[in-house]
Design a protein around this ligand. Sequence first.
Ligand SMILES: Nc1ncnc2c1ncn2[C@@H]1O[C@H](COP(=O)(O)OP(=O)(O)O[C@H]2O[C@H](CO)[C@@H](O)[C@H](O)[C@H]2O)[C@@H](O)[C@H]1O
Length: 488
Amino acid sequence: MTPLRVLSVASEVYPIVKTGGLADVVGALPWALMAEDIEVRTLIPGYPAVMAALEQVGEISSLPNFFGGNARLLGGSHGALDLFVLDAPHLYDREGNPYLGPDGKDWPDNPFRFAALARAASYIGLGAVPSFVPDVVHGHDWQAGLVPAYLLYSHRPHPGTVMTVHNLAFQGRFPRHFLPPLGLPPESFSIYGLEYYGDISFLKAGLQFADKITTVSPTYAREIQSDEHGMGLGGLLRQRSSDLVGILNGIDTTVWDPGNDPAIPSHFGIEKLEARAPNKAALQTRMGLQVSPETFLLGVVSRLTSQKGLDLLLSCLPTLTSAGIQLALLGDGEAELREAFRAAAARHPGQIGVVIGYDEGLAHLVQAGCDALVVPSRFEPCGLTQLCALRYGALPIVTAVGGLADTVIDETEAGVAATGFKCASVTAEALDQTLRRAAAAFYAARSNASNWTRMQLNAMLTDVSWRHRAGRYAELYRQIVAQRRPAG
Ligand SMILES: Nc1ncnc2c1ncn2[C@@H]1O[C@H](COP(=O)(O)OP(=O)(O)O[C@H]2O[C@H](CO)[C@@H](O)[C@H](O)[C@H]2O)[C@@H](O)[C@H]1O
């Protein structure tokens, strides 16, 4: 059997460019799919970091006058990742965040930057690279939303398409006047196409025209079909429910391996749980906290946005500080949250430690050193940090939404099989109660360690790898190919 070929299209990929969990998934899936006999190549924009990281580069074709300048399609690799890169300096040769200018606002030409990515993907889909003609083109998030539209309006035979929603909150919405310069026909601008409240929505194009839609957990797949959580696309997603599936994310268990993690001082595992303790001390030191093995230490690794619900945690700080609980927070994002956590740390030195910024190594230390990781999201398509926490024996304290609901087991659900703590609702009160419940369980372990330790072992034994989850994607690709193959 020849392997199935999949072109994955995304705006970021770990370890080259990452602003969030999207990059982790796009970076890990190709490797996991190899075991399923699926050959994946990933198309990404040629940002400076990508151009610098590209190995074994070769030019595949030149794309003159491509969305306002000359561009090239390159082939290459980075480690085990096989890449196509759209080298378009007029669109991507800018330092910093892939989406935002130095003023913190979206680049004004983002519609062109990501339409170009989708257009290049459609060329590959239509056979521009004879050595790699994909069976399926798989786009991630709004930045790849136009891929199915360009393929459809090419009016040529083309591969099957999958659109994965990592976060429905980001939709790539732009004014209607972009339609002609994006090379989309007038008939695409309809309620049955990419029209969205009088504007163009890249994500809607993907959701409307892709053969299959996936999102990153079964619960989020249900939630987004409701008017309450559908962010204006609930109706469309309900209509497409037979083509919509929730497949849980995994994490790269070679990058996140407590037994062999270069970012932590003491390696540990289920048979060496006591070796976790030096990491707690290292984290307390690094965060300016009082070094105390007995104190309950909460960790946070997060983007600081309203999605992540960290304002709820701010409301719980009086409970934490009066109960002598410690907090180690690593995050970056909205100025108001940054300032509020900085101020809390200044008010409670030794008890609240805050690092504002993005720090991959410290994220590993937080997971290895904290007793429990708090993820109080308002909504969470899947969430990766609670998966890392499970693997590192940090018990997740989560709201019961999206993938958090699907990946953490509370004592009230399964008794001895529990892996963490779930809040009954997404409110500061419920979070406060759940934090108290977790603290009580932690401190009870002083007289009888078995309950907390059992939860840690349950957590660490949870399969958070891509192994089985990649198989679900492979199944979906095969289904698409079988459905599109002409009968007879
Ligand atoms: N300050 C910091 N320093 C270092 N590392 C940091 C960091 N802040 C965050 N990270 C890392 O970034 C990643 C965040 O992934 P998440 O899945 O938790 O959230 P995100 O909302 O970005 O992703 C979206 O896409 C993913 C992928 O599908 C979904 O799981 C998720 O629900 C959805 O919102 C993790 O690897 C985490 O360790």
